[in-house]
Design a protein around this ligand. Structure first.
Ligand SMILES: Cc1cc2nc3c(=O)[nH]c(=O)nc-3n(C[C@H](O)[C@H](O)[C@H](O)COP(=O)(O)O)c2cc1C
Length: 354
């Protein structure tokens, strides 16, 4: 796959994709400027902006920004942070050429997915019927405290804004941020408050490779057992390996059952274990939300669940720890393309009395 040369630095990328709104500046053929606030999604090589007006009200080509782009494709997009504490001010400006991507183009579907992944509001809007503006970045400029985390999102915003990230920038995660993420995990609810989980943190390439090798072997055997085509098997394995190696930090969540209550009957013992697994899920969600609040991104890989012993061996862990989930941590290289939409609440709430 051809990789575009990066116009934005990792710091600029990380700042840009965290912003929910930017300003798009266009100019007509005579250079008369026009600027509007826009929602946008970013992937390396393109910034996408939806046209959400209903075609009946205003045909998209009548919109001033579109007329300008058609007359003069040079545009600038600026995303900024304002704070009364001026040490936190920052902006990123992207200059480039804009074009319209029509609904029948493959790229249109990609853009719509990215935009809907970032803004749940678009799920209910027929943005797929209109062209999408694509800005091809040519130059970027920035200023200020790009690296400072943004003002804290509300918990509900973080719950909705967090998303699984599977491709990261080549940018280290400061160790103190990893500690703050783990600190959030520590506060997860747990049965009897016994905290039946332990964490392993991996940042060294050599360890990631050994983990990838150990988990890859088992996965290859499973995929082959499922009768998957050899080429597909290799492609999926390579993708998974790349995910492990490219993520700056891996956090392994292990189940630790030793401190839990012991029961004489199997049923209660099983429930005790289930509660521990539920609690591990809560710790994982704390990691994901804390990472999001700190300006990081995270992803979830279930692979260790299938080869817990091998993972333990690679890391030299106590055999009493059962590796369950691997959380990747880093800075997203762009808005993730595969964000899944959610079922409506009506479908999920199966009983409500009164
Ligand atoms: C228990 C669990 C296991 C998961 N395992 C994987 C995995 O192995 N690989 C992966 O890419 N995503 C995995 N995910 C992430 C889900 O695919 C993701 O959360 C879901 O598609 C919703 O997308 P979002 O997190 O971006 O909202 C897992 C999530 C959970 C809760």
């Amino acid at each position: 796959m051809k990789t575009e040369p990066a116009v934005l630095s990792p710091e600029e990328t990380a700042f840009l994709i965290r912003q929910r709104v930017a300003r798009l500046a266009t100019a007509d053929g005579e250079g008369k400027p026009h600027a509007i606030p826009v929602c946008f999604a970013y992937t390396p090589g393109a910034v996408y902006i939806a046209l959400d007006e209903k075609p009946k009200d205003v045909p998209p080509t009548k919109l001033k920004r579109i007329r300008n782009i058609l007359e003069n494709p040079s545009v600038a997009l600026i995303a900024d942070r304002y704070a009364e504490d001026w040490s936190l001010l920052a902006y990123v400006m992207v200059r480039g050429r804009a074009e319209l991507v029509e609904p029948d183009a493959d790229e249109h579907a990609i853009a719509v997915r990215l935009l809907r992944g970032k803004y749940h509001q678009y799920e209910r809007m027929r943005i797929e019927e209109n062209p999408v503006i694509a800005i091809r970045p040519e130059r970027a400029a920035s200023w200020g405290a790009l690296d400072e985390p943004d003002a804290q999102p509300s918990i509900l915003d973080a719950v909705r804004g967090r998303r699984s990230v599977r491709r990261y920038l080549d940018r280290d995660v400061p160790a103190d941020l990893v500690d703050r993420v783990l600190e959030a995990a520590r506060w997860a609810p747990s049965p009897h408050g016994r905290q039946p989980w332990r964490f392993a943190v991996v940042t060294e390439d050599a360890t990631k490779e050994r983990l990838a090798d150990a988990m890859g072997e088992e996965w290859r055997a499973n995929l082959q057992m499922d009768g998957q085509d050899a080429e597909v098997v290799e492609r999926r394995l390579e993708g998974s390996r790349r995910r492990l190696l490219d993520a700056p930090v891996l956090i392994l969540l292990c189940l630790y059952l030793e401190d839990l209550d012991a029961y004489p009957d199997e049923t209660r013992q099983e429930s005790e274990t289930t509660m521990a697994v539920q609690s591990l899920g809560a710790a994982a969600q704390n990691v994901l939300l804390a990472a999001y609040e700190l300006g990081l991104d995270a992803g979830w890989m279930c692979a260790p669940l299938f080869v817990p012993r091998k993972v333990s061996e690679v890391l030299g862990l106590d055999p009493k720890l059962v590796p369950h989930a691997l959380l990747t941590l880093g800075y997203a290289e762009g808005d993730p393309p595969q964000r899944r939409s959610r079922k409506p609440l009506d479908e999920l709430v199966v009983f409500r009395d009164g």
